[in-house]
Write a protein of this length. Structure first.
Length: 600
C-alpha cells in the first residue's frame, strides 16, 4: 500500500512517485489549493492537492483531521522560502495524484498539538494521546533503550531466561497481587514483585549469567515514579564480587546512554556509603546536581534551652542544619511556604537563622525567633561548622532521624532547583554502598531486612548477625541518577547455614522459613555458587532520558495514581459465575436493625 514512511521522504526522492499512508494531521484550504500534513510514526510530510484533478480534489475537500488516507504523488522541491528545517521532509512536498480515504474519523476528543491537557483526559483517550509526537518519541526511545540493554548483555554472555508470572506469595517488602486458583480452591498464586528467588535458583542451576526484561507487580501506594506493574531489567551473575558486579553494570549504563541518547556519563561513577549519603543529603538517592548539603549539629545543641533542639539531640534523634548561600534574601512568605512543604514529610516546623553579621553570634548579628534560646557558644559553633557567611540563611530540622532526613532532604532538592543552587552538570550518577543489613520495626518489635532477606552481610560483619544486628552492613548497592534510584541489588547469600543465620536475626523460625522459602533453602544445599545481581527500572530510566514528569508518560497503557486504567475501566466487577468457579464469595455489608431504623 505504501512505498515510503511520510516522515522520511526527502530531497533524495525528488521526482519519484511515492505511495504514502497515514493520518491527516492538518488540512488547509488556500484558495483553491489544499495542503494536507500527512502523519505516520516517522513524522510529517506536506501533500499538495491541485484542483486540476477534480475527483481527487473533491476527496481532498472531504477529509478532516485524523482521517486515515492513502495518497500517491510525485515528490518535488518546495518553493523557496517555504522550507521547514525542523523536518526531514521539510525541503520537499508531494504533489498528490490520487487519494483514497481508508477510514474516516470522528472528531477527536482533543487536538494532538493541544497544550495543558489534564492527565485524566489523556489516559481516558490513551489511543489518541499515543498519536501525539511526544508520546511517539517517548515510546520509540523506550524501545531503543531496551534494545541497547539487550545488546550489551548479550555481548557479555548473559542469557535471556523467562521466569514464572504465577508463583508463590513470599514477603518481599510490598503487598502481593494475588491470583485465586480455580483448580485448588482456597489457594492463591502471587504475581512476582521481582524474579528474585528464581534468578537465584538459575545461578544454582549453572546459568551463570542471566537476564530478562520483565514485568513486576507491587500492590503499594503510587506516586510519579511508581506503577502497580512496572518493567525491570533484571540480571544475575555468578563468581563476581561486589566491585566486579558494579563495574560491569556501570559500563552497561554508560553504553546504554551513549547508544540511546548520544550522551556520555561521567567516568567513573562516584561511590558513597549509605551513612554518608544520609548525613550529607538526607537521602539514599541524592541529587548530586544540587550543591546544598546538610550539616550535623546534634552534638552542638544538646545543652541549649530550646527544647525543640535539645529534646531530639539527647534522645537519639537528629538535629541537622542546611546553609542556603545568600538565603537571607528569602521573604517571610517563601519561608512559610517551605515550612508547609516540610510538613508533608512529618516535620512540625522549620526553624531558621538569617546571618547578618557572623562575627556577632547573638541577637545583634543573627535574625531569628530562636536565637534568644541558643547560647553564644552553640551559635558560634553552628556558624563555624556550616561555613555560614553574611547574607546566608540556615534552615534546621530537629526530630527523629527519619523525619529530619526526609524533610530536609526533600527541601534541599526543592530549593536547589527553584533557586539555582546547581552544579550545571546534566547528569549526576552515584553508587550508594554499604547499606544497613537490617532496620528495626518499632511496631512489630523485630528486625526487618532493608533490601530483602537473601542479601549477604559484609564478611567482617557476620558475627554481628547475632550480637548486634543494627550495626551489620550488607553487600548491597543502589545506583542513583539525578535524585532517582534507577537500580539496586546485592550479593546474595549462597550458603544454607548463612541463610539460616539471617532468618534467625529476622525472627523467622525454621517452620516459617521452610513454608515460605523451602525450595530456595533446598537448592542452596546442592553446591550453590557465590552470586549477585541487580535490577534496573526501565520506566524510570526512560523517564529521565525524556525529561518527562511522570513514568506514565513512557508507558503505553499506564495506571493512574489510584491504580486504575481509565482506558479500559479496570479494575472492574466480575460476574457471580466467575466468582463461584474460583470458590470466592464477596463479603456483603449487612444492615443492622439500628442502621435500617436510621435510614427510615
Amino acid at each position: 500500500m505504501r512505498t515510503h514512511y511520510c516522515g522520511v521522504v526527502s530531497d533524495a526522492d525528488l521526482d519519484k512517485t511515492v505511495s504514502l499512508c497515514g493520518w491527516v494531521h492538518r488540512r488547509r484550504d488556500h484558495g483553491g489549493v489544499i495542503f494536507i500534513d500527512l502523519r505516520d510514526r516517522e513524522g510529517l510530510v506536506q501533500v499538495v492537492c491541485d484542483p486540476d484533478r477534480p475527483e481527487m480534489f473533491r476527496t481532498a475537500e472531504s477529509v478532516r483531521n485524523e482521517f486515515v488516507i492513502r495518497i500517491s504523488g510525485r515528490v518535488r522541491r518546495r518553493p523557496s522560502g517555504t522550507e521547514n528545517p525542523n523536518l526531514i521532509s521539510g525541503q520537499v512536498e508531494v504533489l498528490c495524484l490520487d487519494i483514497e480515504v481508508l477510514n474516516p474519523s470522528a472528531t477527536p476528543p482533543f487536538q494532538l498539538d493541544e497544550d495543558n491537557l489534564s492527565e485524566n483526559v489523556r489516559l481516558t483517550h490513551r489511543v489518541i494521546d499515543l498519536r501525539r509526537p511526544q508520546m511517539q518519541k517517548n515510546l520509540r526511545l523506550r524501545y531503543r533503550v531496551a534494545m541497547a540493554f539487550r545488546r550489551f548483555l548479550d555481548s557479555q554472555g548473559f542469557i535471556d531466561i523467562e521466569t514464572p508470572m504465577l508463583t508463590k506469595s513470599t514477603p518481599e517488602g510490598a503487598r502481593d497481587y494475588l491470583v485465586p486458583s480455580r483448580v485448588h480452591p482456597g489457594q492463591f498464586f502471587a504475581l512476582p514483585q521481582s524474579p528474585q528467588l528464581f534468578k537465584q535458583l538459575l545461578m544454582v542451576a549453572g546459568f551463570d549469567r542471566y537476564y530478562q526484561i520483565t514485568k513486576c507487580f507491587r500492590d503499594e501506594d503510587l506516586r510519579a515514579d511508581r506503577q502497580p506493574e512496572f518493567t525491570q531489567i533484571d540480571l544475575e551473575t555468578s563468581f563476581l564480587n561486589e566491585g566486579e558486579i558494579t563495574a560491569l553494570v556501570e559500563e552497561m549504563v554508560r553504553s546504554v546512554f551513549r547508544e540511546s541518547i548520544q550522551t556520555e556519563l561521567p567516568e567513573p561513577f562516584p561511590r558513597m556509603s549509605y551513612a554518608e549519603a544520609m548525613r550529607r543529603y538526607g537521602s539514599d538517592k541524592p541529587d548530586l546536581r544540587v550543591t546544598i548539603e546538610l550539616t550535623e549539629v546534634t552534638d552542638l545543641v544538646q545543652d541549649v534551652a530550646f527544647k525543640v533542639f535539645s529534646g531530639p539531640a539527647t534522645s537519639g534523634g537528629r538535629v541537622a542544619a542546611m546553609r542556603i548561600p545568600g538565603g537571607a534574601s528569602l521573604t517571610r512568605g517563601e519561608i512559610d511556604d517551605y515550612t508547609r512543604f516540610v510538613g508533608i514529610y512529618g516535620a512540625k516546623g522549620l526553624a531558621y537563622i538569617k546571618v547578618n553579621d557572623r562575627d556577632q553570634p547573638n541577637e545583634s548579628g543573627l535574625q531569628s525567633p530562636i536565637v534568644k534560646n541558643l547560647h553564644e557558644q552553640a551559635l558560634r559553633a553552628i556558624l563555624e561548622r556550616t561555613g555560614a557567611e553574611n547574607g546566608d540563611l540556615i534552615f534546621f530540622g530537629a526530630d527523629k532521624a527519619k523525619v529530619v532526613n526526609d524533610a530536609l532532604g526533600a527541601l534541599r532538592v526543592k530549593i536547589g532547583h527553584e533557586k539555582g543552587y546547581l552544579t550545571g552538570a546534566p547528569w549526576a550518577p552515584v553508587w550508594i554502598m554499604d547499606f544497613p543489613m537490617f532496620e528495626y520495626d518499632e511496631e512489630d518489635k523485630r528486625w526487618t531486612a532493608c533490601h530483602h532477606p537473601f542479601t549477604s552481610p559484609k564478611d567482617e560483619h557476620i558475627d554481628l548477625l547475632e550480637s548486634d544486628p543494627g550495626a551489620c552492613l550488607a553487600k548491597a548497592y543502589d545506583l542513583a541518577l539525578n535524585g532517582w534510584e534507577i537500580g539496586g541489588g546485592s550479593v546474595r547469600i549462597h550458603r544454607a547455614d548463612m541463610q539460616s543465620k539471617v532468618f534467625r536475626a529476622l525472627n523467622i523460625g525454621e517452620e516459617e522459613a521452610r513454608t515460605k522459602f523451602g525450595f530456595l533453602l533446598d537448592a542452596l544445599q546442592y553446591g550453590a555458587p557465590p552470586h549477585g545481581g541487580l535490577a534496573f527500572g526501565l520506566d524510570r530510566i526512560v523517564t529521565l532520558m525524556t525529561g518527562a514528569e511522570s513514568i506514565r508518560d513512557v508507558i503505553a497503557f499506564p495506571k493512574t495514581q489510584r491504580a486504575q486504567c481509565l482506558l479500559t475501566d479496570a479494575p472492574g466487577e466480575v460476574d457471580e459465575r466467575q466468582l463461584r468457579e474460583l470458590h470466592i464469595r464477596l463479603r456483603q455489608k449487612v444492615e443492622t436493625k439500628v442502621e435500617v431504623e436510621r435510614s427510615n
